[in-house]
Every structure is written in structure tokens, then in C-alpha cells.
Design a protein around this ligand. Structure first.
Ligand SMILES: Cc1cc2nc3c(=O)[nH]c(=O)nc-3n(C[C@H](O)[C@H](O)[C@H](O)COP(=O)(O)OP(=O)(O)OC[C@H]3O[C@@H](n4cnc5c(N)ncnc54)[C@H](O)[C@@H]3O)c2cc1C
Ligand code: SF4
Length: 479
């Protein structure tokens, strides 16, 4: 096992992300050793560490006169190519094994959709539900419906108390010291004596149990809600444990279903179905899109966006309260839930026309769960529509109206959520219409969007709104 600069420097990572990965690797190595396995472990600041996989592998194969090299398929395209190339040049035998940490194999999505140009998640999800017999009643979906999203769109109303974080605390000062010693670039904050992310299976299972006991009964209901007093609400924070393979998606889904079966009065079907759709549906679907479209996916830029990412993405210093909260929380915790990523930071980046490369680098760096296969498909695909509609059927953009409906951010904002022009007009309002106007040619024919253009063309202050947006775009750093 090796901690290498190659992996820590290809993008600037949040300090909690680097610490989380290394701490989990060290724990795992320790567990293997305690069971009698021999583990050769290179720490980031070890003198023998040559800091790339190729160089370290070469040295290990030579030192131990290795006769056969075996590896498990990695999840990232970049590593996949590197290892294949490495093996092509190897003079010893090698074997490759598939990972068991997904429901699907890499090419399954392509097989499900065959020659279709567009892949819709909902179709894929239904195929998965049937194939794995999850929430099914014979050939019919449990409860008669495949999807209960309509019921899952409430803002947070204080009616249900948000549970405290589960008791997971790690002292990761040693790992932090080694990272600092190796001078790895990083950003963000960390409390190294009280690190709250799970670094082993026991802690990951504790997180899972906490979620299904306290949060699952309300997961679907408040899935889209945002609240400045509660960073996590009823979300699971399981993505890091899942993506680092401390938990398998199968055991997470099984635990949720078993809990639902035991407490059907308390945990409605929409709650458990909403949760399962994220893992069996979105997570597997994104992985399939990734393997179907890499490496081209990494350079798609449907709207030809060119703007630089504003500095406030790294500092949270902006008067837009929604952006300030979502970014500050991310800098402190390396976490934001899905709607904060999609409808606050992602929404702003798309409305402002930020280059998808810059948006990708930010998301890949800042979140503890960010691994390219799931980051890029969510960022470039779902959030930035840079793939022109492979993942989503239309861009996810909104004005202050949606943000105000789903959060309390607008209450304390410098900007006025209800106005589109003038000094304190909410930037989301004018940028929203500017986005549609400047992308008219690309979007007008989309049947799901056409109506927006009829509204735009009838807007009373259309010209003034577009001028306001231009002003904001020109002064984007001062928002
Ligand atoms: C712009 C953007 C970037 C994102 N980057 C990442 C990323 O780098 N890594 C990552 O794991 N997720 C990413 N997501 C998806 C999603 O936001 C996170 O999985 C989720 O917020 C993690 O928090 P949670 O574990 O509390 O999730 P919950 O809301 O509790 O959901 C449960 C689980 O479902 C899965 N899931 C939910 N939504 C998605 C989705 N859209 N795609 C794939 N899996 C999903 C995750 O494994 C998650 O742990 C991104 C979303 C957006 C909009
Ligand atoms: S008024 Fe606008 S900028 Fe302020 S919090 Fe609401 S949506 Fe965000």
C-alpha cells in the first residue's frame, strides 16, 4: 500500500480528504497485519517512497523478486490507463480482478441502453430494481410506484429535531504531521484531534446504523431542504465510506430495507425508496456514464464557458448568503449535501458561465467523497450540463425563488431575493435569465425548456435584467 504524491497533487485537495484517505489506509494495513498478513506500506514522507505507482512498484518487484503482479481494477480512468500501460511493459505475469464494491460492472450501463444516444437514470434504475429484486413485489414495484420524488420536496420546518452527529472521533495528528512534513499542497480546515469521518469498518458501520436509526425516517421528506443551522439535516454522510470501500452498497441497501421492514409505521416507503434510488440508481448510473464516456467526458464544454472560478469559492467571502454558507461549510467540513452542491454552488457556476475544468477541479478537491468517476459525472454532467444532456435532460438552474423555497438562506442575505434589478438585487435572479438568453440557440429547441423562452420574451424589464446580469458578471469577484 502506498501514499503517493502522484495521487495527492494532481488536484489541490481539502486537507480532510488527504487525511481521511491516508488514515483509512493506515488503519486497514494495521488490521491486515494484525491478522497475520504481510503488508508493505509506504507512508507519504518515507525516504524510500518514490511517489508514483510505477516507480514504487518497480522497486518492490525488484526487491522482493516478485513473480506475479495482481491488481484490482481501479475506479478512475487515469489510474486504469496507467496500470494497463505498466502491465504491458512488465516482464512478469500479471492478473487483473474486478472490484466487488458495485452492483454493476463497468460496461453494464452501455449494455442496458445499447445503441441509444441518451441514457435516462430512471430507466436504468428500474432495470436495477428488477435485476437485484430490490423493493419489488413480483414484477411490480413495492407500493405500486417506482418513484416517490413528488412527496420528497419539503423545506426544513423545525418539526423534527435534527439528530446530533454519531460519536466518531479520531485523533489523526500523526497523519497530518506526515502530510505537512511531505509539504503536500492542500486547503481547508481540520480539527486533527477530533476528526469525524470514519477511518475503519467499525466506524463506518456506526455511521450507517446512526443513519438508518435516526435519519432514514425523514430522509426523503427533507432530502432537498437546506438550512443555515444544519449542515447535514437527515443525510447519511456515507459517501466517503462507500467510495473508499469501507462499506459496500449492498450492505447499505440491505440495512435500510431491513430497518424499513422492522419499522414500517415510522419509516414510510417514500423515505426508503428515495434513499435506495440514490445508491442503486444514481451512484451506479454515474459510474456507468463515466466508463461509457471517458476520456472524452473530461473535456466536454457544451456552452463553451470560459469564466475563471471566482476567488470566493476558496474563501467563502461573498455577500451572497447561500454561497457563503455552502462554501464555508465545505471548507470546514469537506462536506455539503447534494442540493447545496447542485442548486447553490453548481447553480451559480453554471449561471455565471464558469469553465467546467475549473468547476471540476474545485469539486474534485473540496469534498471528502470526491473521486473522479462520481465527481465528474455529477459536476460536468448533472450540474454544469457540459455534456449537452447525456446525464440530465435539461440544465439545473434556478433563481432565488427556488433557493428561498428550499432554505432559510435568503432571510439574512445582503441581497434582496425578490428583485431582479437594482443595487441589492439577488444575482441569481438576473443571471438566471441571462443564462437562457445567451444560450438561446442551444436550448430553445429542448422541449423541456421552450416555455422558459416564452416567459423570457414577455418579461417586463427584460433589457434591464440582462444589463444587471452583465454588470454582475463584469464584477463577479465583488459579489
Ligand atoms: C456538483 C456535484 C458534485 C458531486 N460530487 C460527488 C463526489 O465527488 N462524490 C460523491 O460520492 N458524490 C458526489 N455528488 C453526489 C452527492 O451530492 C453526494 O454523493 C452526496 O451529497 C454525499 O452525501 P451523503 O453521503 O450524505 O448522501 P445522501 O444524501 O445521504 O445519499 C446517500 C448516498 O447516495 C449516493 N448518492 C446520492 N446522490 C448521488 C449522486 N448524484 N451521484 C452518485 N451517488 C449519489 C451517495 O453514495 C450517498 O452517500 C456530487 C453532486 C453534485 C451535484
Ligand atoms: S437572496 Fe439570492 S444570493 Fe441571497 S441567499 Fe437568497 S438566493 Fe442567495
Amino acid at each position: 500500500m502506498m501514499e503517493v504524491k502522484q495521487e495527492s497533487e494532481y488536484v489541490k485537495h481539502h486537507i480532510q480528504k488527504i487525511v481521511g484517505f491516508f488514515a483509512s489506509m493506515r488503519e486497514f494495513a494495521g488490521q491486515l497485519q494484525s491478522k497475520g498478513h504481510h503488508v508493505y506500506y509506504l507512508k507519504i514522507n518515507d525516504k524510500d517512497n518514490k511517489q508514483t505507482f510505477d516507480k514504487n512498484l518497480g522497486a518492490i518487484i525488484k526487491e522482493f523478486s516478485v513473480q506475479e503482479f495482481e491488481y484490482q481494477l481501479p475506479d478512475e480512468y487515469r489510474l486504469d490507463r496507467q496500470l494497463r500501460k505498466y502491465c504491458d511493459a512488465l516482464r512478469i505475469d500479471y492478473q487483473i480482478y474486478d472490484t466487488e464494491h458495485f452492483y454493476t460492472h463497468r460496461d453494464e450501463l452501455k449494455e442496458v441502453f445499447k445503441a441509444r444516444a441518451q441514457y435516462r437514470m430512471e430507466h436504468f434504475y428500474r432495470v436495477m430494481r428488477r435485476k437485484h429484486d430490490i423493493l419489488m413485489n413480483g414484477d411490480k414495484p413495492e407500493g405500486g410506484e417506482w418513484n416517490y420524488d413528488e412527496l420528497n420536496r419539503q423545506s426544513y420546518d423545525d418539526k423534527i429535531k435534527v439528530p446530533a452527529l454519531p460519536d466518531v472521533k479520531n485523533d489523526v495528528s500523526g497523519v497530518l504531521h506526515d502530510i505537512q512534513d511531505a509539504q503536500l499542497p492542500n486547503f481547508g480546515f481540520i480539527d486533527a484531534e477530533r476528526f469525524t469521518w470514519p477511518v475503519n469498518r467499525t466506524q463506518s458501520r456506526k455511521l450507517l446504523r446512526h443513519f438508518i436509526t435516526h435519519c432514514l425516517p425523514h430522509f426523503g421528506t427533507y432530502q432537498d431542504a437546506m438550512d443555515s443551522r444544519h449542515d447535514i439535516l437527515f443525510h447519511s454522510r456515507l459517501s466517503f465510506a462507500l467510495n473508499t470501500k469501507q462499506l459496500s452498497p449492498q450492505e447499505v441497501i440491505e440495512a435500510a430495507i431491513n430497518e424499513w421492514k422492522k419499522r414500517k409505521e415510522e419509516i414510510g416507503l417514500p423515505q426508503v425508496e428515495g434513499f435506495i434510488r440514490q445508491i442503486l440508481g444514481w451512484r451506479e448510473y454515474m459510474r456507468g456514464v463515466y466508463w461509457a464516456h471517458m476520456p472524452e467526458y473530461g473535456s466536454l464544454n457544451f456552452f463553451s464557458h470560459t469564466t475563471k472560478l471566482p476567488e470566493f469559492f476558496w474563501t467563502s467571502e461573498t455577500r451572497m448568503n447561500c454561497m457563503h454558507h455552502a462554501i464555508k461549510q465545505s471548507l470546514y467540513t469537506a462536506y455539503a449535501h447534494h442540493i447545496q452542491r447542485l442548486m447553490i454552488t453548481g447553480n451559480f457556476a453554471l449561471l455565471a458561465g464558469i469553465h467546467p475544468d475549473e468547476v471540476d477541479a474545485w469539486y474534485l478537491g473540496i469534498y471528502i467523497d470526491a473521486v473522479q468517476w462520481v465527481e465528474i459525472t455529477n459536476t460536468r454532467g448533472m450540474s454544469q450540463y457540459a455534456d449537452g444532456g447525456i446525464v440530465g435532460s435539461k440544465p439545473y438552474v434556478s433563481s432565488a425563488q427556488y433557493i428561498n423555497k428550499m432554505s432559510n438562506y435568503c432571510e439574512d442575505c445582503y441581497y434582496n431575493k425578490s428583485v431582479k434589478t437594482g443595487d441589492r438585487a439577488c444575482p441569481f435572479n438576473s443571471l438566471y435569465w441571462h443564462f437562457y438568453e445567451r444560450n438561446r440557440e442551444l436550448l430553445q429547441k429542448n422541449p423541456r425548456i421552450g416555455m422558459m423562452y416564452r416567459v423570457l420574451d414577455k418579461l417586463k424589464d427584460r433589457e434591464k435584467i440582462l444589463e444587471q446580469a452583465e454588470l454582475y458578471l463584469k464584477n463577479i469577484e465583488d459579489l
